[in-house]
Design a protein around this ligand. Structure first.
Ligand code: HEC
Length: 174
């Protein structure tokens, strides 16, 4: 397969070519969604409820952590800036997060901020899968990360927006 993929090379199966091949594979692993069409300028790609949800998502500050092309995935943050997360998630065990790996006290309760792409399809939520429903996960986030109580309508709109991040899995991954 390497000979085929890298013709005219004396040693197609090289470390460099393996990195190229893996990178080319990984670039296929994207799930374009309606939100991407919206970003590209198609204003009708989102419903008015989803647009309101996007606005609330930005206004309350979810974007402080869940930002960038993946809406997350690029930093560690403490889970529980305003209270102990397990009080809200009913986690059966208290996981101290990144500190368990680094042994550094400053990393206590730090978790990777996950991408929110396809979040509507990937329950249960959080590192321990302690929360089943997306609306509940969103409420908990607002409370323990931003110290905000979302109304039922705000929560519903954010959940609607998050569902617009669901995309098609590439054929290669099916
Ligand atoms: C201070 C940073 C921060 C802010 C602000 C924040 N989050 Fe999070 N979010 C996190 C971290 C860290 C996790 C991972 C927690 C875990 O794994 O237990 C997470 C997890 C999530 C999850 C679960 C993801 C999964 O795959 O299980 C959802 C949904 C979510 N956040 C939505 C939101 C929404 C909506 C807002 C705004 C109301 C928000 N977050 C604000 C840091 C943040």
């Amino acid at each position: 397969m390497f000979t085929e993929a890298f013709p005219n090379e004396e040693k197609p199966l090289s470390f460099k070519n393996i990195t190229y091949a893996i990178a080319a594979f990984e670039r296929e692993l994207i799930t374009p969604s309606r939100f991407d069409n919206y970003l590209k300028g198609d204003e009708n790609a989102l419903s008015s409820e989803e647009k309101k949800g996007l606005k609330t998502y930005m206004d309350v500050g979810c974007t402080t952590c869940h930002a960038g092309a993946l809406l997350g995935g690029n930093m560690y943050q403490k889970f529980g800036l305003f209270g102990d997360y397990w009080e809200y998630t009913n986690s059966s065990e208290i996981d101290e997060g990144r500190m368990m790996v680094t042994k550094n006290e400053a990393d206590k309760y730090l978790f990777k901020v996950p991408s929110l792409r396809n979040i509507d399809k990937t329950y249960p939520f959080f590192h321990d899968g302690s929360v089943e429903k997306l609306d509940n996960a969103v409420r908990i986030m607002a409370k323990v990360e931003l110290n905000k109580d979302l109304s039922d309508i705000e929560t519903k709109e954010i959940v609607a927006f998050l569902a617009s991040l669901t995309g098609e899995a590439p054929a290669i991954a099916k």
